[in-house]
Design a protein around this ligand. Structure first.
Ligand code: SAM
Length: 311
């Protein structure tokens, strides 16, 4: 009922996308990849959607063309015993690309597990990455992912730190050049298809009701942790404006009134043009960008908004 009012005529097509099998992308592991792997993926009909665009990035992610629902085989171990690619919703790389991490940057991934975006951030080769997730069990999964994909030399304290803290109580202020706040949300696609531990269970009603508050607090932590002049990307995998645009607006207001932090929303409209061959974007998202599920390009939902801290 909420989404049919929010999306109008577009809703039936978004809904059928959400109810159908999602598409994946194969994020190539820069630390192990060999020509053979990308050759194999190309021979299956997949191509690197990032290298077909003007966006410069160290990442390579293979996807099948629109309308092609071929599945990727599971990744195998390659050179150095590391897995050759990581399967993820290709749209979930957009927040990482929006962060534009450079080799001199210190970055924080505040809600990191299971770690798809953490891997992408490491492959963008930032100087230092702090990866955090409040859930101990999910943090264990994050560590396993890192061990399977990242070479030994990067598992050093100077390059990578993994913690399991409550991100709303993050103690560091004005330390990081880039912060990713990939917040917990109603995870719409997952919630539609999985019964177990579903956030729409009556038992979890309270938790669901306070989600926008938790998201706002996490984004506030991100805005406090970034240095003036640095960027924060807020992202979710829900279509809900209450968890997306409204959270951004509320956090920007509170950052100014409670902490004197001024921020500016960065324009990501160019993403719509650059990535239109691969993803369907909502055309009139009030703040930030939203990738909409669609049967021919069944990625998302993925919301992202980039914020620059001014002082
Ligand atoms: N970034 C991850 C990735 O790309 O694989 C996905 C993150 S998932 C959308 C959100 C995560 O936030 C969950 O793993 C959850 O455990 C974590 N989380 C929930 N509440 C948190 C909090 N207060 N502080 C930090 N992390 C939290």
């Amino acid at each position: 009922m909420t989404y049919s009012a929010q999306f109008g005529d577009l809703w039936p097509s978004v809904r059928i996308g959400l109810l159908s099998e999602q598409k994946y992308g194969a994020l190539i592991n820069n630390f192990s990849s060999e020509e053979r792997v990308t050759g194999d993926l190309r021979s299956m009909g997949a191509s690197d959607f990032l290298h077909e665009t003007p966006h410069t990035s160290d990442l390579s992610c293979y996807t099948f063309p629109r309308g092609d629902i071929t599945r990727f085989p599971p990744a195998r171990s390659g050179a150095r015993g590391l897995l050759e690619y990581y399967l993820l919703d290709a749209a979930s790389l957009l927040p990482v690309l929006a962060l534009s991490v450079r080799p001199e940057h210190r970055a924080l991934d505040l809600c990191a597990a299971p770690g798809g975006k953490t891997l992408a951030l490491l492959m963008e080769s930032c100087r230092y990455l702090a990866a955090n997730d409040a859930s101990l069990s999910r943090c264990r999964r994050l560590r396993r992912v890192l061990l399977s994909y990242i070479p030994q030399e990067l598992h050093s304290e100077e390059r990578l730190r993994v913690t399991s803290e409550d991100g709303t109580e993050w103690p560091e202020e004005a330390v990081y050049d880039r912060v990713l706040v990939d917040a917990p949300c109603t995870a719409d696609r997952h919630s539609l298809l999985e019964e177990e531990n579903n956030i729409f269970n009556r038992m979890r009603m309270k938790e669901r009701q306070v989600l926008p508050l938790l998201q706002t607090q996490l984004l506030l932590s991100g805005l406090r942790a970034v240095v003036p002049g640095g960027d924060v990307v807020y992202s979710t995998c829900t279509l809900s404006t209450l968890q997306n645009e409204c959270v951004v607006e509320r956090a920007l207001g509170l950052a100014a009134s409670e902490y004197g932090i001024r921020t500016e929303v960065q324009d990501l409209r160019c993403f719509r043009e650059i990535f239109k061959k691969t993803f369907d974007f909502q055309k009139d998202c009030r703040l930030g960008e939203l990738v909409l599920p669609n049967l021919t390009a069944n990625y998302g939902p993925l919301y992202l908004c980039k914020l620059r801290r001014l002082h």
